[in-house]
Ligand binder design. Structure first.
Ligand SMILES: Cc1cc2nc3c(=O)[nH]c(=O)nc-3n(C[C@H](O)[C@H](O)[C@H](O)COP(=O)(O)OP(=O)(O)OC[C@H]3O[C@@H](n4cnc5c(N)ncnc54)[C@H](O)[C@@H]3O)c2cc1C
Length: 393
C-alpha cells in the first residue's frame, strides 16, 4: 500500500510539501485551523533563489505564472539601503542574485500555493494530538497516517507534544508592522530594494514597497510595508501609539506612513529563535519549517527555509524506506537551517548595540558613510574592463 502522509498546517511549508508529495504520487492530507487560504495576516515575504527554484520543481506552470504576477522579482531587490531616522540614506548595499527571487505578500503566496489542493486540504480543522498505532498515527477524525508532519508554525503544538518541550524561544524583541496605502512620496531607495531604518534607543524599522498591481485574483493593491522592532516585553494594546512612542523624533514622513496604515493591518509579533535546534526522535512524527526552526524576520528566510524543508522531505520520502527517509531529512535539515537562523542574529545584535548613543553616532556618521563610499568606489572599479576580467578569474 502506498505511503499515507498527514500534514498539520497549510502554511507555506505545509502546502509546498503537499504539492511535492502529490507530484511523487504519495497520498497526502493537509489540516489547518484557518477557514481558508486567505484567512491570514502577514506582509511581504522573501523567497530566495533556492526556494523559488524548489517551488518551480513542484508547482504547476499556471501557479508559477500567478506567483510572478502577484509578486515582484529581482529588479525590485537590487539593493539594501540603510537609512537614518531622519530619512537620509547612509548606505546602499548592492544585492546580486544567482537566480530568480520573489517578494510576495503572505496572503497571495498562500492562496496560490493552495490552488489545486482543494480535495486534500481540510480547512477549519485544528489538530492538536494523535494516538500511536502499530504502523503510524491515528487522528481524532479516525484517519490513519504512516507519517504525521508538524508544519504548524512557531510554537507548534504538535512539536511540543512529540518532543515534550517547546521548539520556540522568545528573543526579547517585539515587532509591530502595518501596511500603508502608497504615500505621495515614496523613498526612492524602495523602488529598487528594501530598506532598514535605524533610530536612537536601539529601535529599527524595515520598509518594503509593493508597487505592482497584478491581474491574478490573488493580487494585492500597491502598498508599503513598515515594521518597527524594539526590545520590549509586550507591545501594549495601542499598537499605533506604541510605534509613535518608539519612533519619537523620527522623520515626519515615517509617522505619516504609520498613520496611513490600512485599518486592521497593524499586528504585533514577538521575534522567536529555536529553543534548541538538534536531532529529534525520527518518526512517525516529524517537524518542518517554523515548527522546528522559528526565526526572526530579520534575515527574511523563514518561508524559504520551510520550502526547502518541504522539497527535501518529499525527495527523501519518495526515494527511501520511511524510517531512513525521516533520519536523512533531519540530518540534512540540520546542515542548512542553523546557518539560516544565524543569519537573523547580527541584525538583532546590531540593533542592541546601536541602542548605545555613542556607538550609534559613530556608526551613522562615520562607519556607514565610509562603507557606502567604499562600495560606490568598488562599483566604479568593477566597471573597468581590466578589473572585471580579474574579478571573473
Ligand atoms: C499570520 C502570520 C503572518 C506572518 N507574517 C510574516 C511577515 O510579514 N514576514 C515574514 O518574514 N514572516 C511572516 N510570517 C512567518 C512566515 O510566514 C513563516 O516563517 C513561514 O511561512 C514558515 O512557514 P511554515 O509553513 O513553517 O509556517 P506557517 O506559514 O506559519 O504555517 C503554519 C500553519 O499552521 C496552522 N496551524 C497552527 N496550529 C495548527 C493546529 N493546531 N492545527 C491545524 N493547523 C494549525 C496555521 O494556521 C498556519 O497556516 C508570518 C506567519 C504567520 C502565521
Amino acid at each position: 500500500m502506498s505511503l499515507r502522509v498527514g500534514i498539520v498546517g497549510a502554511g507555506i511549508g505545509g502546502l509546498a510539501l503537499a504539492h511535492a508529495l502529490r507530484r511523487r504520487g504519495i497520498d497526502v492530507t493537509v489540516y489547518d485551523r484557518d477557514a481558508g487560504p486567505d484567512a491570514t495576516d502577514g506582509y511581504r515575504l522573501h523567497l530566495t533563489e533556492a526556494a523559488f527554484a524548489a517551488l518551480a520543481g513542484v508547482l504547476p506552470e499556471s501557479s508559477m505564472r500567478a506567483l510572478r504576477d502577484c509578486g515582484a522579482g529581482n529588479d525590485a531587490f537590487r539593493q539594501f539601503a540603510v537609512i537614518d531616522h531622519r530619512g537620509r540614506t547612509r548606505l546602499r548595499i548592492p544585492v546580486r542574485h544567482s537566480g530568480e527571487v520573489l517578494l510576495i505578500g503572505r496572503r497571495p503566496l498562500r492562496t496560490i500555493l493552495a490552488r489545486g489542493l482543494d480535495d486534500i486540504i481540510r480547512w477549519d480543522t485544528p489538530v492538536t494530538g494523535w494516538t500511536r498505532s502499530a504502523d503510524g498515527v491515528v487522528l481524532a477524525d479516525g484517519a490513519r497516517y504512516d507519517v504525521l508532519i508538524a508544519a504548524d508554525g512557531t510554537g507548534s503544538t504538535i512539536a511540543r507534544r512529540w518532543l515534550g518541550r517547546s521548539t520556540a524561544q522568545r528573543s526579547g524583541v517585539i515587532g509591530i508592522a502595518g501596511r500603508s496605502a502608497l504615500p505621495q512620496r515614496v523613498p526612492a531607495d524602495l523602488h529598487t530594494g528594501l530598506a532598514f531604518m535605524i533610530g536612537p534607543g536601539g529601535v529599527g524599522a524595515f520598509l518594503s514597497l509593493h508597487g505592482k498591481q497584478g491581474r491574478d485574483p490573488a493580487a494585492e493593491r500597491p502598498y508599503v510595508v513598515w515594521s518597527v522592532a524594539a526590545r520590549a516585553e509586550s507591545p501594549g494594546a495601542d499598537l499605533a501609539g506604541q510605534v509613535h512612542r518608539w519612533t519619537s523624533g523620527w522623520s515626519a514622513d515615517f509617522h505619516t506612513l504609520v498613520d496611513r496604515s490600512e485599518v486592521g493591518s497593524l499586528a504585533a509579533f514577538p521575534f522567536y529563535f529555536p529553543a534548541a535546534l538538534r536531532p529529534w526522535p525520527a518518526g512517525p512524527v516529524t517537524l518542518l519549517g517554523d515548527a522546528i526552526h522559528p526565526m526572526p524576520p530579520t534575515a527574511g528566510a523563514g518561508a524559504s527555509t520551510a520550502i526547502l524543508d518541504a522539497a527535501h522531505l518529499a525527495d527523501d520520502l519518495a526515494t527511501r524506506p520511511v524510517r531512513e527517509a525521516l533520519a536523512a531529512y533531519q540530518s540534512r535539515l540540520l546542515t542548512y537551517a542553523p546557518p539560516a537562523v544565524d543569519e537573523a542574529r547580527p541584525a538583532l545584535r546590531w540593533q542592541g548595540r546601536l541602542g548605545n548613543p555613542l556607538v550609534r553616532a559613530l556608526a551613522v556618521r562615520a562607519v556607514l558613510p565610509s562603507v557606502d563610499a567604499g562600495l560606490a568606489l568598488w562599483g566604479r572599479l568593477r566597471a573597468l574592463p581590466a578589473v572585471r576580467t580579474a574579478a571573473r578569474r
